[in-house]
Design a protein around this ligand. Sequence first.
Ligand code: C2E
Ligand code: CA
Ligand code: CA
Length: 706
Amino acid sequence: MLRQIHIGNEYLPSDFSIRALVILLLFSISVLIFHRYDGLQITLPLLSKNENFGFGSLSNNNVISNVVEQDGVPSVTCQLMDPSGYNYCGLSIELGEDPKIGRDLSVFNAIELNIDIQAPTENKRVRFSFRNFNASYSDPNDFVSLKFNSIKYAPNSLNGSIKVPLNAFQVESWWLEEYTIGFDDAQLDLSNIPFVEIVTDDMKAVGTYVITVRNATLSGELISEQDLLKIILLVWLIVIILLITLQHNKLKTVSTTDPLTGLINRRGLEEWVSNNLPSFSIGASLTMFYFDLDDFKKINDSFGHLVGDELLCRFSEKISSTIGSLPLSAHKYVFSRLSGDEFSLVLKGLNAQQIESLAKEIFHALKKRISLSSSTVNISLSLGIASSDQSASTFSSLMSRADSAMYYAKKSGKNQFKIFDKNVSKDILFRKQVAEKVRTALKKNEFTLNFMPIYQASDLTIYGAEVLLRAGSESLKNIGPDIFIPIAEEFNIINDIDLWVIENTFKLIDANRVYIQQNPLMFGINISSVELHNNYFPKEISKLLHKYKIPPEWIEMEITETSLIEADELSITVLNDIRNLGIRLSLDDFGTGYTAFNQLMRYPVACLKIDKSFVDDLTSTNESRKTMIKAILSIAKAYRLATIAEGIENVEQYKYVSERGCDMVQGYLFSKPLTWDALTLLLAEPKEKRMALIQTNSTSHGSIKD
Ligand code: C2E
Ligand code: CA
Ligand code: CA
């Protein structure tokens, strides 16, 4: 199975960051308030059964001691026999089983005590100590070596409970001296407490001493306010960094995703290819499939943009599912939409055979009609394929090869694939060379103009002439405008050519002004479809009209019907601007562009030039194509458009079109394209001569039936 590199198009809602920050702010405030009101208070009852702390008695030789526990309240009773020396009695609470390992009590900051002491003397003080074990000075065998963190007080004078802050505890000075402790270790240390002790102060009188511990509960904050603030700050920092990263990723996703199909776009593809190309090696190269739907504009025009968009989505799904179902093992691939109806599939590590079978598989899958919500349509596709190698090791070089192969496939009749090879590169080279020669010919002024007469069909009066460009230079010998004009369009030289033709026609008219006034003549100038996207074009024509003082009604401009396939709002503006200069417009090669007849009204055209192919078909046996001319003629009549039949080569064709109402004719039967001087000679001939010629010719041929 292939592995699609998925670059998701799901992105977070735009107010996500704001919501997250508000929630965090509320949370921070709540936590701080909670903390203020002791919400994060913790306690540790040292007498609690749950904790399993043990109790023991503490006394010296002159004392008999005994610990009893009643209802969880421990008390120690001591009998002092001999008051000489230092005597003591006490209770120890063992927090750990091993004297080396105690509890860390440093989170606590106070202890609540309720201790009762009975003694035969007035001296009823106790010493409350936390004994800390520290490996650097405590000896596990010497119990006294554990650090004494103590406080002394007289519980009976307090009447019950007392809360002592733990920072009131001090390290015993005798202990510091005994163990010669330095300043650093002389501080209160609650980090490792194995024992807590409550011991009488020096006992002086013989008798009974009883210490009862009713309560010893440590309390503290789970976390200090300062630490809490630090943590909140840290959380803010992390969240902000996270949001910035998310935002960044979101922007990146949006900028690399095609919103219509959810595929990655050209930018995303470029990134992917650039990341994957450096690692290419023989057998693991990248292969690019460059798809271009054939005549997609027609679908857009006939069914509307929504249907067009739907088709693009269905198409992308179809290709995705086709590649997804193929048994090519573990090839990374990425399928993307480049623009409009252009898509690209880039795969890693396919061999020549796999490439070809994948291409075939794709065409096979596209044989089935694609169903849309309102209709089903056929998809025709031109596909160019190229693989990376030493001389195509960048994104742009790979893309340009695949694009050229696609162009080749399209030129060779569409609905096919072409793998980049010598022929394609030869074709690229040829086109580059022709483009260069055209540039040179323009610079050296080597072009000339020919004129092909256009006649009134009824009586063969010369109505005008179509201006046709000829390359006079040796280097462009045998290369006609049908070849160099499309190349000039591709290499952006066409505007210079169109303006050159217009200016030189105007110059000629200017030079022959009086003659033309006497012999009225319409000049039909061909305009490239590229100009329909150039809003300066009408202004450039206007300048030239003024410069040479040309009456605009002497000029007609021809645009091909197929150029309307790419027409947009700007194109209609351009056409209207030309029309508003007073120049008539005609639709060239009419019938080949499939303009919906009702769309014709959108364009300010006055004349339809019926394409030569339909005239050619009149003599063929193909009945359906024959009827095209009649259909075009009746449409033109309905929309009040003039008609010219192009490419008339025999009398039967002429008779057929003129008898069915075609206004004008043009073709080799009457004249080939001529130089200006030859045209003037023709104009001097009486039209009767032409009619007679037709009559004599027609007798030798049969006539064309409907
Ligand atoms: P087009 O505008 O359809 O011009 C008519 C073409 O058909 C001319 O070829 C003409 O010589 C040829 N033709 C006319 N009648 C007949 C006929 O009865 N039989 C045959 N076999 N051919 C006939 P050409 O001059 O080679 O021009 C080819 C195309 O190049 C033109 O097609 C036009 O699209 C383009 N072109 C020519 N001159 C210019 C120009 O000045 N500017 C632009 N933009 N395009 C031009
Ligand atoms: Ca033409
Ligand atoms: Ca034509």
